[in-house]
Design a protein around this ligand. Structure first.
Ligand SMILES: Cc1cc2nc3c(=O)[nH]c(=O)nc-3n(C[C@H](O)[C@H](O)[C@H](O)COP(=O)(O)OP(=O)(O)OC[C@H]3O[C@@H](n4cnc5c(N)ncnc54)[C@H](O)[C@@H]3O)c2cc1C
Length: 389
């Protein structure tokens, strides 16, 4: 496969010299593990103590990884990226809420983003997180088949109703809807619910997309089983494939509670598992749509190669590549330049509510071997290219 991801001129065409310098400075900071640890602790404390740190956060991590504090803020970024063929997925990244009003607010926000997506070609998907619409502990209880109190039963009915409403609106408006995956101990209940939504709304094509975290060794078998159900019952499968963002938490909990970790035994095993799922979905594209959410260049090349070998058009509407805003522009923009479908998650929300997302990005860029150095080397190469070095 032709290697296209090293073209930094294409990757950073939208970044001014100053923006490039800021990105360089940011990734340099994130590269420093102790600094990220201290920075995270100090920031969390400062926010809780209501210290005026929002300006600082905005000027650094927030503006690099987020589109703004509300959905309208994001539109200028959406339009700008789309001039280069890169689409957006508006991601309301408020996390860890527990109250019914907050779930209803997240529901409203998701409906708004579905409406935005309906009106704009540059926004091909809407997205939400299961714990945005219901309590994590409740998903866990359902997954473990625990007996619910009447109050909990009513609470779960409301979660189901929220899912059904959002998916129904997406179906009515013909907007594909991604549903994120989270911790394994809440995921079983979410999977059942999302599969029900696929049964109901994916009769003509994939509108509802679940997410498979391929760092879990059981997910390929899960995908194959789901495929059999889909054949039997006659629905399309929409699936976002990711490696998974909660590895440390998963391993810690498994040790603490004394059960085998759901995570693959090594990074290589996760990589293999990811690529095997990509292959399986491409082999069954007649019934499946795939959103490959990854910053991994090899997995992206693997998918491109499979498409080429099978004579699948670069812009086949059943295949999307996805990256997060602020990361791996070399993949996103070069894919778009070659005519592939590509969308970046564009997170938004009030600064303090988006902090868990930002901390995950900072930690991921610190702990994931290679990600920061990849970003830094690309930025460095582009700075040198612009200086004529
Ligand atoms: C568009 C998009 C949407 C996303 N949506 C979700 C989502 O809904 N849910 C979610 O959980 N994450 C989501 N993510 C994050 C994703 O799961 C990864 O954390 C992130 O993309 C890094 O993985 P990678 O494929 O980009 O590449 P890489 O940098 O090649 O892989 C890093 C990943 O490999 C895995 N890994 C690392 N070390 C080991 C090890 N020792 N053993 C086993 N596995 C290991 C981990 O999953 C780690 O994150 C999303 C990412 C993108 C780009």
């Amino acid at each position: 496969m032709e290697k296209i991801f090293n073209n930094t001129q294409v990757a950073f065409a939208l970044k001014s010299d100053t923006e490039l310098d800021r990105a360089y400075f940011l990734f340099k900071m994130i590269d420093n593990q102790p600094l990220v640890r201290i920075g995270t602790a100090v920031t969390n404390f400062a926010i809780k103590a209501n210290l005026p740190v929002e300006g600082l956060i905005r000027a650094t991590v927030f503006d690099h990884f987020c589109g703004g504090v509300n959905e309208n803020d994001c539109l200028s970024v959406v339009d700008k990226m789309y001039t280069k063929g890169v689409s957006s997925v508006l991601d309301y990244s408020v996390e860890g809420k527990e109250e019914e009003e907050q779930f209803d607010a997240a529901l409203e926000m998701t409906l708004k983003t579905i409406e935005f997506a309906k009106e704009r070609q540059a926004i091909p998907f809407a997205v939400f997180k299961p714990t945005g619409l219901g309590r994590l502990d409740l998903y866990e209880k359902i997954g473990e088949k625990q007996t619910l109190t009447p109050e909990e039963k009513a609470e779960w009915d409301r979660v189901v109703a929220r899912f059904d409403f959002v998916c129904g609106e997406a179906h009515k408006k013909n907007v594909a809807l991604l549903i994120d995956a989270e911790e394994s101990w809440m995921q079983e209940a979410a999977d059942e619910l999302v599969t029900d939504m696929m049964r109901k709304y994916n009769k003509e094509k994939a509108i509802v997309f679940n997410t498979l975290q391929m760092y879990r060794w059981d997910r390929l078998v899960y995908l194959k089983r789901l495929h059999q159900e889909a054949i039997k019952e006659g629905f399309y499968i929409g699936m976002k494939l990711v490696r998974g963002a909660y590895m440390e938490k998963e391993n810690e909990r498994a040790i603490e509670k004394g059960y085998p970790t759901p995570i693959c035994e090594s990074k290589e095993a996760t990589d293999k598992n990811y690529d095997a799922a990509v292959l399986y979905m491409i082999e069954n594209l007649d019934m499946m749509s795939i959103f490959a959410g990854t910053h991994n260049e090899e997995s992206s090349y693997t998918l491109m190669k499979l498409m080429l070998e099978r004579g699948i058009k670069n812009n086949d509407d059943r295949i999307w590549f996805g990256q997060l805003y602020g990361m791996s522009d070399n993949i996103s923009y070069n894919l778009a330049a070659h005519g592939y479908n590509v969308a970046k998650y564009l997170p938004f929300g009030p600064v303090k509510d988006v902090m868990p997302y930002l901390i995950r990005r900072a930690e991921e860029n610190t702990s994931v071997a290679g990600q920061t150095s990849r970003e830094l080397s690309m930025i460095k190469a582009e700075r040198n290219r612009r200086k004529g070095k």
